[in-house]
Design a protein around this ligand. Sequence first.
Ligand SMILES: *[C@@H]1O[C@H](CO)[C@@H](O)[C@H](O)[C@H]1NC(C)=O
Ligand SMILES: *[C@@H]1O[C@H](CO)[C@@H](O)[C@H](O)[C@H]1NC(C)=O
Ligand SMILES: *[C@@H]1O[C@H](CO)[C@@H](O)[C@H](O)[C@H]1NC(C)=O
Ligand SMILES: *[C@@H]1O[C@H](CO)[C@@H](O)[C@H](O)[C@H]1NC(C)=O
Ligand SMILES: *[C@@H]1O[C@H](CO)[C@@H](O)[C@H](O)[C@H]1NC(C)=O
Ligand SMILES: *[C@@H]1O[C@H](CO)[C@@H](O)[C@H](O)[C@H]1NC(C)=O
Length: 746
Amino acid sequence: MSRERYIHSLLTLSHLLICTFTSLVAVNGDTQKEFYIVFLRDQAVDDVESVHQTHINVLSNLKGSELDAEESLVHSYSRNFNAFAAKLHEHEANKLSSMEGVLSVFRNRYHKLHTTKSWDFIGLPMTAGRKLKMESNIIVGLLDTGITPESESFADNGFGPPPAKWKGSCGHFANFSGCNKKLIGAKYFKLDGNEDPSDILSPIDVDGHGTHTSSTLAGNLVPGASLFGLAKGTARGAVPSARVAAYKVCWASSGCSDMDILAGFDAAINDSVDVISISIGVLPLWGDYVTDSIAVGAFHAMRKGIITVASAGNDGPRMATVANNAPWIFTVAASGIDRQFRSNVVFGSGKTISGIGVNIFDPKQKLYPLVRGDDVAKNSASPDDARYCFQESMDPHKVKGKLVLCQIGMWGVESVVKGFGGIGAIIASDEYLDNAQIFMAPATAVNTTISDTIREYINTTRSPSAVIYKSQEVKIPAPFIASFSSRGPNPGSNHLLKPDIAAPGIDILASYTPMKSLTGLKGDTIHSKFTLMSGTSMSCPHVAGVAAYVKSFHPNWSPTAIKSAIMTTATPMSSRVNNEGELAYGAGQVNPTKAVSPGLIYDMDEMSYIQFLCHEGYPESSIATLAGSKSINCSSLLPGVGSDALNYPAMQLSLQYQDTATGVFSRIVTNVGPSQSVYNATIRAPKGVEIIVKPMSLHFSRTSQKRSFKVVVKAKAITSRQIMSGSLIWRSSRHIVRSPIVVCGP
Ligand SMILES: *[C@@H]1O[C@H](CO)[C@@H](O)[C@H](O)[C@H]1NC(C)=O
Ligand SMILES: *[C@@H]1O[C@H](CO)[C@@H](O)[C@H](O)[C@H]1NC(C)=O
Ligand SMILES: *[C@@H]1O[C@H](CO)[C@@H](O)[C@H](O)[C@H]1NC(C)=O
Ligand SMILES: *[C@@H]1O[C@H](CO)[C@@H](O)[C@H](O)[C@H]1NC(C)=O
Ligand SMILES: *[C@@H]1O[C@H](CO)[C@@H](O)[C@H](O)[C@H]1NC(C)=O
Ligand SMILES: *[C@@H]1O[C@H](CO)[C@@H](O)[C@H](O)[C@H]1NC(C)=O
């Protein structure tokens, strides 16, 4: 198996985010047509019917017949943006894009999806102060694989009726037991109309991903949760009193399409959720801020005061892989907590090693014969294939009763070995060993340094033997950034630091679906109400939960203010554990209780973001997809905006080829702490970088008062791919407001 394919299967099977490059064809036999999303200039229409009619009119003009128009229209997005989805030939799409009133036309693509101790670890204990009444008015919306309504995490004991502002709904759906006062909304979107044989046309979660993320964000307290005794504790979300609305936009076989993602945003905004959590990734090289469905949806959410929290992606540790990288999205990297699942492996020689992964099986014997995959190859098979323990390459007779050492080719080989009457597998891999794979038969994963010594032991021993013990939790140094977590620099803009923040995303215990086995692999029949998952998919709902928590204290704060509060109070992380520094973790590890009281905030409104897009060189015509009817004149917006044209709580200066550079960052902070406050600046400048702040002291005499300042960063030439980390801290007697300052090499 090629390396590409191996990584592909590895990520898919561990529920990690990847993106497929296929663009599915619209319908059978209609191979020339594809789905497109069309944005139109905003119009002053306020009923859904007339919006629909304007879309029909546009298509009628294109097609020359209203009947053809009706047939090709797939969906009219309702009120938050003027757009529709349609099934068109490519030449029709091209023609449409030059028509009057049409802002943009882009092809629909399909994306893939990218407890509970983690809350205690980041400092949100069960006893943390809460505004319970406010919290129960918070509605969190998740765009995901749906939800499991019967899960205890979403039971409604003690909940009152939904908040008055709630405009959503929950109907009767196939295999869906219904909503309640905790799970107040459930909808699904599958606009391509193609059947998905592995899924059910209903908000029910057959995958487990949506149930897991939703319970991490807002699940009830469920005592005694564990995965067969591992990770035992009380499972809970950040805001257990908040309400949950599920928008299913991801499907088992086809993934998550742009059309459905946009429809999910449209509905969530319409339904008046407070926070949107989306653990789905659009590969960054695919688009820009005006054609990426998540960026577009999140922009419209932001206009309505709704914060969108999204996963950074699982394409690390490669650089420049961070997804969901628009400035109005809150982009979350995955960190590790201080717990790892390890299994001891004891050999006939008496030697013991420690493998990684979740093995829930106790051995029945003291030792088992140990062989290499290539030792048990079918006579006809190439030993190279047998090294990977692929089903078709091994001889069942030779496997029976044995433990097999396999090179990683694909997860699930322990099940193949067991199917042949074998005992289990030791799996050799050099990547992704920071998160635990769940095994269906006795197995553990080791790195190739260790597997080399095992091979040598097998080679030099007459009857090699070993045994794998049940996994145990061990304490490890933390936090650190997961190897899989996507890294900056931001491929969307070299003026903007991404990811924004880090939160736990390795081996997170949360609720699961009864409709899928633990691994979802062929041959697995083990089910559990809770399971461990890893990915930025898991870190995202942690931060979405903290955003909901902050909002329960400050219901009127803008999405940007909430994000600023969470970033400036994050616990700094150290570049000693990650070479990529802030490009791996942004402002640092989220700190929920500090985020409630940030002292100062860096706020922005819609126009600030539009100004940023102008500064990035987006033409006014494409900005219109986001701005709607607002007429934009970039040349009037640009003067005096500084190096990044943002009021961001982080600063990034990117050096081009080996020259020196100066960045000037204009910032405005708003006082949300005590009315009378003085903040003094503390600057930490990396070697060779000069950072000046003017003024060095900010005096406030009332709350909501604004003060502006400038940060000038002068950097000498640095080597390619180097990153240097500094910071600016505004310190008062009560608050510490910290912003990372990053200088990146070319
Ligand atoms: C869904 O419901 C139908 C009808 O009740 C039933 O036949 C089917 O087995 C259910 N599917 C799953 C996966 O439970
Ligand atoms: C938005 O809300 C209106 C009523 O307020 C409703 O008619 C419409 O169908 C909703 N749209 C979506 C996508 O839910
Ligand atoms: C393999 O794991 C062992 C023990 O955990 C460790 O000492 C060694 O450095 C690792 N080797 C590699 C190449 O990561
Ligand atoms: C074990 O033996 C095989 C062939 O019998 C050889 O290819 C391999 O290099 C040996 N490995 C070690 C670690 O000695
Ligand atoms: C845009 O703004 C610039 C500078 O303020 C002005 O000169 C120009 O006339 C404006 N363009 C339009 C189309 O209004
Ligand atoms: C800020 O600086 C001023 C003048 O240097 C000093 O008097 C004041 O105590 C400082 N305040 C804080 C909170 O450090």
